[in-house]
Design a protein around this ligand. Structure first.
Ligand SMILES: Nc1nc2c(ncn2[C@@H]2O[C@H](COP(=O)(O)OP(=O)(O)OP(=O)(O)O)[C@@H](O)[C@H]2O)c(=O)[nH]1
Ligand SMILES: Nc1nc2c(ncn2[C@@H]2O[C@H](COP(=O)(O)OP(=O)(O)OP(=O)(O)O)[C@@H](O)[C@H]2O)c(=O)[nH]1
Ligand SMILES: [Mg+2]
Ligand SMILES: [Mg+2]
Lengths: 294, 277
C-alpha cells in the first residue's frame, strides 16, 4: 500500500534535518505513482504533487522534528480538501415536484441508478415517478419498466417515437397530475463529444428545469474522466456526480479528477447490481481518499 | 512530436504524458520509455521524427501482429463473449452477427444473460436487425443450460457460428466467475473444442482496472481475443497494450459506435497513430 511505501521513504527523511527538494523527491514520486496507478488524471496529479511540494518545503514543515509526519499530514489534508466535504444530499424543489435528471456515457449505470434512487425516495416517504427518456437503446424502456415493477415505482413512457425532450416535459405534467413529488429522468447514454445528443440534454434542461442534474460515472473510468466531466459540466452545469460499480476493485481515481475539474460534489456511490437500498451509499470522502491511495 | 525537435528530457516527458493520459499505465510507459531511450542511444538518434518512429515500433512490438477474428469450420464455430457490466458485450454480438451473416454464414445467438432486466429483449432486437436466430431459455433458466441447448440447436440447424452472450459481471465476484468457468466447461462437453473463441469485451474508457479484469477473466475461461469498445469517444484505450502483455490475447476488434456496422478489425498501426493524434 502507499502508506507502506511511504514509510520507507519517510525513514530516509529522519535525521536529514531540513527538508529539501532532493530528499522529498522519493516521497513525491511514490505519491505520484500511486495516483497514476489509481487512474487519477496526469495533470491533476501533477498539480497535486506540486502543492504538496510547496507546503513540504514551506514554513510549516521547516524546523519540525518529525518532517515525515508533517508530510503525511499535508498529503492527507490536501487530499481531503480536493475530495470535498461529506456527501451532499439531493436538493428538494422548493415548490412542485423535485426533478432529477441523470446523464452520462454509455453503460455507466444510469438506468440502474434511476431505479435505486426511486427506491431511496420511496423509503424517504416521497412518491417518485420514473421517466423512460432513452428512446434509442434496444429494450431500454422495457428495462426501466421491469426495474419500476421491482421497486413498485410507476414508469412514464411515450414509446420510442417521441423525442426525449417532449417525454421529459410531459412527465412533469404527469407528475403534477398524479401527485408525484419526485421525477427521475433516465436518459440515453451518450458521448460528451456528440454535439446532437449533448444538445438534446441541454434542451431537456431548458424545457424541464431539473432540480438536480447528476452525472453518472463508472468508477473504473481512466484518464478520460477529466474530459467527460468537464464537457458534461460545461454543457449542463451538473449539480453532482454518482460513481457506479464501486463494488469492484477499481481504485476510483476518476473521482479526484472529476472533483478537481468540476468542483461539484460526489453525492452517492453505487455498490452492486441489485436494486436494493444497500446498493446506493452516501459518499464518504475519507474512504474514497484511502481507496485511491491504495 | 513529428516536427523537427531535438530529443531532450522535455520531449521525453511530453511523450510520457501522452502515454499516461492514454491509459497506457505507469509500468508499461516506463518499459516503453526505457526501450526508446536504449534505441536512441544505440542508434544515435537526434531528431524527434526519428524518435516518433522508434516509439511507434516499440509499441507495435508489445502489441504483436494484427490477428483478425476468423471463423473456422467447426459447425458451429462457438464464440463466448464476456466482460464486466456495461462494457458493450450485447451490442458487439449484434455487430458480429451482422458481419458473419454478410460473409454468408448462418449465425445462431444464445441469450446467456438470464439475469439482467430486459437483457434478452435487447439481444433479441439486435438479432432481428442482424438476421440471426436467437435461442432463449425459459423463465429462470440457468445460463449454462441455455448455452447447452443453444449448441444443440446450432448443430441441429446446421449453423456455422454460435455466439454466446453472458451477463456482465465484476471479476471481484467469485461465484459469478465460477459460473463463467462452468459455462466454458458445459460448452466443451456439448461440442468438441468449444468455446473456440473467447472474447473479452473491454470498455475503451476504462483505466488500469482493465488489467485486473483481463487477468481474472482469463483464469475463469482462457481468453483468445479482446474487443475494445467505445473508441468513438475521446478515450484512447492504451491499457490494451498491458492487457495483451498480461494475458497474451491479441486485440481483434474495436467498437466505434452504437450502430450495427460500427465494428472494425483492430489494426495496431492505426491504434498507435491514434495515440499520438
Ligand atoms: N456490479 C455493479 N454493476 C452495476 C452497477 N450499476 C450498474 N451496474 C450494471 O452495469 C450495467 C449497465 O447498467 P445500466 O444501468 O444499463 O447502464 P446505463 O448507463 O443505463 O447504460 P446505457 O443506457 O446503455 O447508457 C448493467 O449490467 C448493470 O446491472 C453497480 O453499482 N455495480
Ligand atoms: N459509443 C459507443 N457505445 C457503445 C459501443 N458499444 C456499446 N455501446 C453502448 O454501450 C452501452 C452498453 O452496451 P451493452 O451492449 O448493453 O453492454 P453489455 O456489456 O452487454 O452490458 P451488460 O450486459 O449490462 O453487462 C449501450 O448503450 C451501447 O449502445 C461503442 O463501440 N461505442
Ligand atoms: Mg440506460
Ligand atoms: Mg449485455
Amino acid at each position: 500500500s502507499l502508506s507502506d511505501r511511504l514509510q520507507s521513504t519517510f525513514k530516509r527523511l529522519k535525521g536529514q534535518g531540513k527538508l529539501t527538494e532532493n530528499n522529498i523527491s522519493d516521497t513525491l514520486r511514490e505519491v505520484r505513482r500511486a495516483f497514476l496507478e489509481a487512474d487519477v488524471n496526469y495533470k491533476v496529479t501533477r498539480e497535486f504533487i506540486e502543492r504538496i511540494k510547496v507546503r513540504a518545503l514551506g514554513q510549516e514543515v521547516l524546523g519540525s522534528l518529525t518532517p515525515e509526519l508533517q508530510i503525511a499530514r499535508i498529503i492527507g489534508e490536501e487530499l481531503t480538501q480536493l475530495m470535498g466535504e461529506k456527501a451532499e444530499k439531493i436538493r428538494i424543489a422548493p415548490s412542485g415536484p423535485t426533478v432529477v435528471m441523470l446523464a452520462g456515457l454509455q453503460g455507466a449505470g444510469k438506468t440502474t441508478v434511476a431505479a435505486k434512487l426511486a427506491l431511496r425516495f420511496r423509503k424517504e416517504g416521497r412518491k417518485p415517478l420514473l421517466v423512460a427518456a432513452d428512446v434509442y437503446r434496444p429494450a431500454a424502456i422495457k428495462q426501466l419498466q421491469i426495474l419500476g415493477e421491482q421497486t413498485e415505482t410507476p414508469v412514464f413512457s411515450m414509446g420510442t417515437e417521441v423525442s426525449p425532450v417532449d417525454i421529459a416535459a410531459a412527465s412533469v405534467k404527469e407528475a403534477l397530475a398524479h401527485g408525484h413529488n419526485c421525477v427521475i429522468i433516465d436518459t440515453a447514454g451518450r458521448l460528451h463529444v456528440d454535439e446532437t445528443l449533448m444538445d438534446e440534454l441541454r434542451q431537456i434542461k431548458e424545457r424541464v428545469e431539473p432540480t438536480e442534474i447528476l452525472l453518472i460515472v463508472d468508477a473504473m473510468t481512466g484518464q478520460d474522466a477529466v474530459n467527460v466531466a468537464e464537457n458534461f459540466n460545461t454543457d449542463l452545469e451538473i449539480d453532482g456526480v454518482i460513481l457506479t460499480k464501486m463494488d469492484g476493485d477499481a481504485r476510483g481515481g476518476a473521482a479526484l479528477s472529476i472533483r478537481h475539474v468540476t468542483q461539484k460534489p460526489i453525492k452517492f456511490i453505487s455498490v452492486g447490481e441489485k436494486i436494493e437500498a444497500a446498493a446506493l451509499e452516501e459518499f464518504h470522502p475519507e474512504r474514497m481518499s484511502s481507496r485511491i491511495l491504495g | 512530436l513529428r516536427v523537427g525537435r531535438r530529443i531532450d528530457e522535455d520531449l521525453m516527458e511530453e511523450i510520457e504524458e501522452i502515454l499516461i493520459q492514454s491509459d497506457v499505465g505507469v509500468d508499461t510507459t516506463l518499459t516503453l520509455m526505457d526501450n526508446v531511450r536504449e534505441r536512441v542511444k544505440s542508434e544515435g538518434l537526434s531528431d524527434s521524427s526519428e524518435l516518433a518512429s522508434v516509439l511507434k515500433s516499440e509499441i507495435l512490438n508489445l502489441l504483436g501482429v494484427d490477428v483478425p477474428l476468423q471463423i473456422k469450420d467447426e459447425k458451429p464455430y462457438t464464440i463466448l463473449v464476456l466482460g464486466v457490466n456495461g462494457a458493450g458485450k450485447t451490442t458487439t454480438i449484434g455487430k458480429l452477427a451482422s458481419r458473419f451473416i454478410a460473409d454468408g454464414h448462418r449465425v445462431l445467438v444464445a441469450a446467456g444473460d438470464t439475469f439482467r432486466a430486459a437483457a434478452e429483449d435487447q439481444l433479441s432486437i439486435w438479432c432481428e436487425r442482424a438476421g440471426a436466430e436467437l435461442i432463449r431459455g425459459g423463465e429462470n433458466a440457468e445460463p449454462a443450460s441455455v448455452v447447452f441447448d443453444a449448441i444443440h440447436a446450432a448443430k441441429h440447424r446446421d449453423a456455422d457460428v454460435l455466439i454466446v452472450d453472458t451477463a456482465g459481471r465484476l471479476h471481484t465476484k467469485k461465484p459469478l466467475m465460477d459460473e463463467l468457468s462452468k459455462i466454458g466447461r458445459v460448452m466443451g462437453r456439448a461440442h468438441t473444442g468449444a468455446p473456440h473463441e473467447v472474447l473479452l469485451v473491454v470498455d475503451g474508457t476504462v483505466g488500469q482496472n482493465a488489467l485486473m479484469q483481463a487477468k481474472i477473466f482469463n483464469e475463469a475461461v482462457p481468453i483468445t481475443g479482446v474487443v475494445v469498445t467505445k473508441l468513438d469517444g475521446t478515450a484512447k484505450g492504451g491499457i490494451v497494450i498491458a492487457v495483451n502483455a498480461e494475458i497474451g490475447a491479441p486485440v481483434k476488434l474495436i467498437g466505434i459506435g452504437e450502430k450495427l456496422d460500427d465494428l472494425r478489425d483492430f489494426a495496431g498501426a492505426d491504434f498507435v497513430e491514434a495515440l499520438f493524434a
